[in-house]
Write a protein that binds this ligand. Structure first.
Ligand SMILES: *Cc1c(COP(=O)(O)O)cnc(C)c1O
Length: 378
């Protein structure tokens, strides 16, 4: 049997006719940028997240960067301020902080959840720390109660990177994207809610922040040929918005299927060498963008599964602080934590994490085959 890591064609197949007709409508309308479909999707997604405002942008990295730049332009942050960021994340989280002229201070993850460890916030904090950029990694909500409590006690702003957590929610219904001052989403094709190309969004209850993000993404202009900020071109186009509008109503059922698969993995994998992620206390607080196991012989396990036709990936093999971009930055000194050994938990996770096949298109037979194979690994 061949089990691909992720089957993108599942969604295209199940929603094929809807996506085709959405495409046809955009073609007929002959309006491709900053039109009614973008606005409609922004409203729908803001409503879904439980916030007042949403601004479509070109991709997730731009959403993160423009969100932080807007906070600076609003006077909430100043260039040079320190922002606490998880050490175990996709590079884009850290790139956004440095691109906005802020200083990332990396916080070790908890080994069990792989998310930012709230007990490490205190030591990472300095007089220059002004914000925390939380990541809900792999689709699991970070410990928002502890993180928010800490932020409040120190007067820090909270921002969220929700690129992997569309729809993750607490029992009270609070969803990813509604916990901080503002949040950034990516609709990269393989995310839980994905476009058929690049797309991203900033969501917030702060009307002024939303206004500045919208302007920044449109050359720094709110009025044609009048430029208030040094902006960029980063907008959600009508076609992607129309396709995302078709997909959004299915997000909850796709996430439910991901949770079901996660439970099968968790119940089925009995091999003591392989550690499954612990189940969160609130089941819906995890949307399993990825199902990441830990194994001290990760590379052997990956090769063993590959020989059985099972495709797996590593998220992430090199943590941001060990990337050359930061260990040998051009024109500046590396930050103190940007060296080997500085963040041992993040570094050890990079050696032992392995992402199993996951996605709404994965069949029960495929899951059973992956489980059997995992249990045969010695
Ligand atoms: C995918 C991702 C991003 C970046 O999104 P793009 O749309 O690819 O730019 C940022 N942060 C995290 C955690 C991601 O997984």
């Amino acid at each position: 049997m061949k089990v691909p890591f992720y089957t993108l064609d599942y969604v295209s197949k199940t929603l094929g006719p809807d996506l085709q007709s959405a495409f046809g409508n955009v073609l007929d309308a002959n309006w491709f940028i900053r039109g009614p479909r973008c606005e409609q999707f922004e409203n729908a997604f803001a409503g879904y997240c439980g916030v007042q405002h949403a601004v479509g942008v070109g991709n997730g990295l731009d959403a993160l960067t423009l969100m932080l730049r807007a906070a600076i332009l609003q006077g909430l942050l100043e260039r040079g301020d320190e922002v606490l960021v998880p050490a175990n994340t996709f590079i884009a989280t850290v790139l956004a902080v440095t691109a906005a002229g802020l200083v990332p201070v990396l916080v070790e993850p908890e080994r069990e959840t792989c998310n930012m460890d709230p007990s490490k916030l205190e030591e990472a904090c300095s007089a220059r720390t002004k914000a925390i950029l939380v990541v809900h990694l792999y689709g699991r909500l970070a410990d928002m109660e502890s993180i928010y409590g800490f932020a409040k006690s120190r007067g820090l702003l909270v921002f969220e990177d929700c690129a992997q957590a569309h729809g993750a929610q607490l029992p009270d219904g609070c969803r990813a994207g509604s916990f901080g001052r503002a949040a950034a989403f990516s609709f990269y094709p393989t995310k839980n809610l994905g476009a058929l190309g690049d797309a991203g969004m900033v969501v917030t209850d702060d009307a002024e922040l939303a206004r500045v993000v919208r302007s920044l993404g449109n050359y720094g202009s709110s009025e044609k040929y009048v430029n208030r900020y040094v902006g960029v071109n980063s907008r959600l186009d009508e076609l992607q918005a129309a396709l995302l509008l078709e997909k959004l109503p299915h997000l909850d059922s796709w996430n439910a299927r991901r949770r079901e698969i996660a439970e099968r993995y968790r119940r089925g994998v009995t091999n003591p060498r392989i550690v499954c992620p612990v189940a969160p206390a609130a089941p819906e607080s995890h949307v399993y963008h990825l199902f990441v196991v830990q194994c001290d012989r990760r590379d052997d396990l990956q090769a063993f599964l590959a020989a059985r036709g099972i495709e797996t990936l590593v998220h992430y093999p090199i943590p941001p602080h060990l990337q050359q971009a930061y260990t040998e930055p051009s024109g500046s000194e590396p930050l103190p934590e940007m060296r080997h050994g500085a963040l041992p938990v993040a570094e050890s996770l990079a050696r032992c994490v392995l992402s199993l096949p996951m996605g709404p298109g994965l069949s029960d037979d495929e899951v059973a085959y992956v489980i059997d194979s995992l249990n045969e690994f010695v």
